[in-house]
Ligand binder design. Structure first.
Ligand code: 6PG
Length: 248
């Protein structure tokens, strides 16, 4: 499994690079086909979505996207904690994505039932690779504890389960979540981490440099079928990386 590390001088530069990647990928989509993307929650994705809204609303073929989520908090869509609400307010309501192309996780429903229902929805809408759905792009943030999506360090089983989505609990506040499992995440065609800020520098360097003990972090178990991960970092989040790791 290989990875690239791209370091940007600012969140704006990171967002511009991400937009260019999306434009290039969408240009390759054949007529009547779609690009399936799984969004993440978190502050960096929130900035990215807002920036894309402000600067790329007319410059990206949004109608080619089918939008899913890698995880969701078990709250109603109007709750300030909702990942759907965050994406809707910062991006989806501002760009021409048909409502029919947006598939939110129903955080207001019974978590177990919705994890199953959403797994079935993704199975019906997303083309397969290796016998299960394969997102074209899985967007991931990174928690200080090395969590990705809502796979927290206390749930290593979420990397061995055969489920596509399952129920998790955020350890610090016991908030229920619905999350893509490691099996689905690792089957993605592309996995992009977008991580910014000094507070992430330590966890980023532990994971990218494979420091001892880092294998326990969920982020260390992200190994996409495509074999390639792209880390998109600002200089602050990359500030503890050795120079040979940068811009690989
Ligand atoms: C969520 C995200 C989660 C997030 C990380 C990083 O639902 O919160 O899916 O995995 O990406 O916690 O969040 P920050 O960028 O806000 O630190």
């Amino acid at each position: 499994m290989s990875y690239s590390v791209r370091v940007f001088p600012s969140r704006e530069a990171l967002a511009q690079s991400y937009a260019a990647i999306l434009i290039k990928d969408l240009d390759r989509i054949e007529p009547d086909h779609y690009y399936t993307i799984a969004l993440s929650g978190g502050s960096t994705p929130e900035f990215l979505f807002h920036y894309l809204s402000e600067n790329y609303a007319e410059r990206i073929s949004w109608e080619k996207l089918l939008v899913f989520w890698g995880d969701e908090r078990c709250v109603p869509p109007e709750d300030k904690e909702s990942n759907f609400r965050m994406a809707y307010e910062n991006l989806l309501q501002n760009v021409p994505i048909p409502d029919a192309n947006v598939f939110r996780i129903r955080g207001e429903d019974d978590p177990g039932a919705e994890a199953r229902q959403y797994s079935e929805l993704v199975t019906s809408m997303v083309p397969f690779y290796n016998g299960i759905p394969q997102f074209d792009l899985m967007l991931l943030g990174l928690g200080d504890d090395g969590h990705i999506a809502s796979i927290f360090p206390d749930r290593p089983d979420l990397f061995s389960t055969g489920q596509l989505y399952d129920v998790a609990v955020k350890p610090d506040n016991r908030q229920k979540r619905i999350t893509a499992t490691g099996r689905l995440i690792n089957n993605s065609s592309k996995i992009y981490y977008i991580v910014t800020g000094k507070s992430k520098a330590s966890i980023v360097s532990e994971i990218i440099e494979g420091k001892s003990g880092s294998g326990l972090y969920p982020a260390s178990r992200v190994m996409p079928a495509s074999g390639h991960i792209v880390w998109m970092l600002d200089t602050a989040a990359a500030s503890l990386l050795r120079s040979e790791q940068l811009n690989k």
